[in-house]
Every structure is written in C-alpha cells, then in structure tokens.
Design a protein around this ligand. Sequence first.
Ligand code: SF4
Length: 339
Amino acid sequence: MNRKLLEQHRRDLEGAVAGVFSDATAGDHHDPGELTLSGLGGCTRRAALQLAGHDPSDDDSHREQRASHLGRAIHDWFLPRLAAKLGRELTLVEQDVILPIRGLYIRGRFDLATLAIGGGLLLDLKTYGYDQSDPAHLPSRARLMQIWGYALGLRVQGHPIEMVAILPMSRIHGATDGLWLAEFGPREEALVDARVRDLLHHARAPFFAPRDGHRGPGLDRECDNCPFRSECWPGAQPAQAAPVRSDADIVNHGLRHAEAAAQEGRWKEEKAYHAAALAKTTPATYEADGYTVEIVATGGGRRLNQGEAKALLAGNGLPIPMTTDRESRRAIVKRRPLG
Ligand code: SF4
C-alpha cells in the first residue's frame, strides 16, 4: 500500500469537501449588518447594533458554516416536495417578504405559505442536529418573532395568514417530532410591533442593550456566529473577567445576573429530567452519531446528616456551630417605560 499516496488523496479530498462549504458561504451575499426577520427575536444587542447601522467587526465570509448549508440543502429538497403534496397551485415556497413596520422595512424569506389545507397557513422548517435545541420545547422568542414577522409581512401583502407552524426536522434521521401550530392574530401582531418598538429604543445606545443571556464567543453558538462579537466581547473575555467601570457595566451585569437567576430553576428541572432518564443505564462508554458519552455511577457515599447532627448537638447541650455568609449582590431589575 502506498501510504504517501493515500495521505495525499485524503488531504485533497478533505480540502475539496471543505472548499464546497466555504465556497457556499462566500457565495451567500447577505449583509451581516442588516436586521432581517430571522434576527428580529434573537439577541437584542445584535439586533440593536444592526438597526443602529453599526459596522460589523467580524468577517465570516470565509467560514464553512456546514450545518447551515446542510440545513439549506434540506430546505431545497424537502419544501417543493411538501408543496406538491399539499397542493402546489395554492402554495408559495421560499419567497422573499418585507415587513413594513414603524418606519422600517425588514426583509425575510419564508419557507412555505399555503391555502391548500383551509385558512392561510405559514410553515417554517427548522433543521437541527444533536447539538441544538430540543424540538419538544416551546418555540423560543427568536423562532416566534421570525414566523410572526413573516406572517405579518404576508398579511400586509394581502395573503390571509391565519395559522403558523414550526416543523423541526432532525438533520441526522429526518424525525419531525415537535410540530408546533398556533393561530396568528392581533395579539401576535401586537407582540411583533412591541418587539420592534423595543429594538428601536435599544438602537439609541446599542452597546447597552441586553445580551439576553448570551455568554460570549466560545461559550455560545449565537455569539460565535455574530458579526459584532469582537466589539461586544473585547478580547473575547468571559463576562466574569470583564472590568466593571461604569453604571452601564453594572446595569449590564445586573440584567444578566437576573436573567441567569430566572433560568436557573428551569435548568435544574432539565438536569433532573435527564438524570432520571439515565438512572437505570449501565455505566459504560456509549457512541452514536460522532459523539462519545461515558456514563459513570455517582453517589452512594456517606455524607453528614445535618438534621441528626443538629439534634445530637442540641440534645447534649452544645451550641450549633454557625458561620457568616460571604457578602454578595443580587440584582433587582426594573424597566424604565419606553420613550
Ligand atoms: S456577540 Fe453575542 S451577546 Fe454580543 S451582540 Fe452578538 S450575539 Fe449578542
């Protein structure tokens, strides 16, 4: 076997594969500084920077963005076929839409709108991998604002959209569990309007706009792909290491602290759920779909029974040893009325 030749072929092939993806990124001519409907409900600071016309600090035109291109390929293959099943003559597939709102014209590209199944239905296909959100969860603000923005834009164009649907599809095995459907009415329209009003407010001072709990490059997918990441996180420091110099810094940390505290309970529940699912599995190393997970047994050790220890001390007339909590801070956030 000619090892040198094999290695040469491997390098050539790997280079060609990477080239397919990076060429696709380079050929994707969207302006990262423009707020589009897909970013309407995403990071508030990012959207505020875009609305303020801030120049992007990070150029991603050379990156491979493999998951994004694979997702696009699935859209291109799947949506026309779905339209054909639903009734092609009453179905629009992957078309541009513009939402005129509060003096802005926010562009987007919706996946599928149809009158074929009664009432106007707008569908957004979301492909995901194992490293992305659980499709069983309710749609995030980002997803809701995106599809509501499309629906509102289509209504303005005269299309009678009454229902919206988000169809998650696994990029691994094509599963579509978690289809979400809801009515689209005046309440949703008002929420889109309020979001745009909020963003316009933040666009006056975009670097003070909340980061919505995003944790910075290297720790957060949205930050990793954000065109403002270097300026938003100078030196890509985690927030804990960032200097606190001004009232704005304190407000920023206070907001994020309050957000994190609000999320903590939810994550504890999530952890307990998955721990319960794993409780009866055999400790071993498992492999699937490019991941290796080692399940180890924990617990079973001895620890202090605090209740009994206290009772024992009290029963023997001994004082219960106490210590003083380390001083810390908690943030209570109040929102100023929007001007
Ligand atoms: S780097 Fe992260 S926190 Fe900052 S604007 Fe971008 S997405 Fe938001």
